[in-house]
Design a protein around this ligand. Structure first.
Ligand SMILES: Nc1ncnc2c1ncn2[C@@H]1O[C@H](COP(=O)(O)OP(=O)(O)OP(=O)(O)O)[C@@H](O)[C@H]1O
Length: 326
């Protein structure tokens, strides 16, 4: 099973530029979480801070008793092996075929025999639908295949935590839908804790158990998916609808004059979109163990959640009505 990641009071700056401050959240063990946010709000910096590649000035990231921010490098390196990382471009070595790319972490970090490495690599390639593509070079395959190869490589060391940085970038809507299903199936199979950074509303609204959003150096919200999906917070509503009207501008934040002009226009209040049901594992896949754990967890926090989120959660727990729908 995956492990919990506890983030406490994290603040990161580069020189005089504060990227975000005082971020606290918990990625529940084995659940899938998404972090949204306009470009440049520091989502990638956040992922890198979780694995100790970047060091925030304040706060802690606790994983099974190890603090990825403040503990000695030896402990941080050991804990980093419990992560699987999928970067935006797949981060594959261009001169190596897919088999060798995916085998790389096993050859680098373990003493496994080649026969064992072959078994693991072929199994992970099968999991992401790349069987038969072992000899291809990254330059000979599509962007979607490169992403899946990156995901296969992230899986070879049996990670307990998987971080995916914009897994959808460069993919068409159909490939993005396949990838969303693949991420849910993966969670059903290995029960790892997953954090996905994305701008993609399709992934955000169908894949995660939990969602958060970074904006203006703050964590706007983090919690059960229903909280963000029913939020009336202007920045969240604007982002979910892909609307030009609201606090997010071309350069992340609009200036006060542009916001005042919008208010003058007296736009009608935006409609809250209906919550689409979360994806279920494909037929033949095991049940997601996270579902029962999450249900228990969310029910205990229910009274503290906004009424719209409470209602959406209770609706999602009702048994489906025969003939589809709830
Ligand atoms: N190593 C670094 N040194 C200095 N500044 C950096 C460094 N890494 C990132 N930044 C700055 O931190 C800010 C946040 O970058 P980051 O890549 O995390 O944003 P993001 O939310 O992932 O954006 P996008 O959605 O466009 O990928 C940017 O202003 C970037 O220039």
């Amino acid at each position: 099973m995956g492990i919990e990641v506890v983030v406490e009071g994290l603040t990161k700056s580069f020189g005089r530029q504060t990227i975000w401050r005082d971020i606290s959240l918990t990625l529940p063990a084995g659940e899938v979480s998404v972090m949204l946010g306009p470009s440049g709000t520091g989502k990638t910096v956040f992922l890198k801070s979780l694995i100790g590649l970047l060091k925030p000035e304040q706060g802690r990231v606790l994983i099974d008793g190890v603090d990825m921010v403040n503990d000695p490098d030896r402990k941080v390196y050991a804990t980093r092996k419990r992560f699987g990382l999928m970067f935006q471009d797949g981060a594959l070595f261009g001169s190596m075929n897919l088999f060798d790319n995916i085998a790389f972490p096993l050859r680098e970090h373990t003493r496994k025999k080649e026969s064992e490495i072959r078994r693991i690599v072929l199994e992970r390639m099968d999991m992401v639908g790349l069987t038969g593509q072992e000899r291809k070079l990254p330059g000979q395959i599509s962007g979607g295949m490169r992403k899946r190869a990156g995901l296969a490589r992230a899986l070879v060391l049996d990670p307990e935590i998987i971080l995916c940085d914009e897994p959808d970038s460069g993919l068409d809507p159909v490939r993005t839908a396949y990838l969303s299903q693949l991420l849910i199936d993966l969670n059903a199979r290995i029960d790892a804790t997953m954090l996905i950074v994305t701008h993609n509303i399709e992934i955000a609204s169908t894949v995660p158990d939990n969602m958060g959003m970074l904006f203006r150096r703050d964590l706007v919200t983090f919690g059960p998916r229903e909280v963000l999906l029913t939020s009336q917070e202007p920045v969240v509503a604007q982002f979910l609808r892909g609307n030009r009207h609201g606090p997010i501008g071309m350069s992340e934040e609009k200036d006060a004059a542009a916001l005042a002009a919008e208010r003058e226009m007296a736009l009608p209040p935006a409609r809250v979109p209906e919550i689409v049901p979360q994806l279920e594992p494909s037929p033949g896949m095991p049940e997601r163990k996270a579902v029962a754990r999450r249900r228990e967890r969310v029910m205990t926090m229910l009274p503290q959640l906004p009424p719209a989120a409470q209602e959406a959660i209770l609706n999602s727990l009702l048994p489906p009505v025969r003939g589809g729908g709830r």
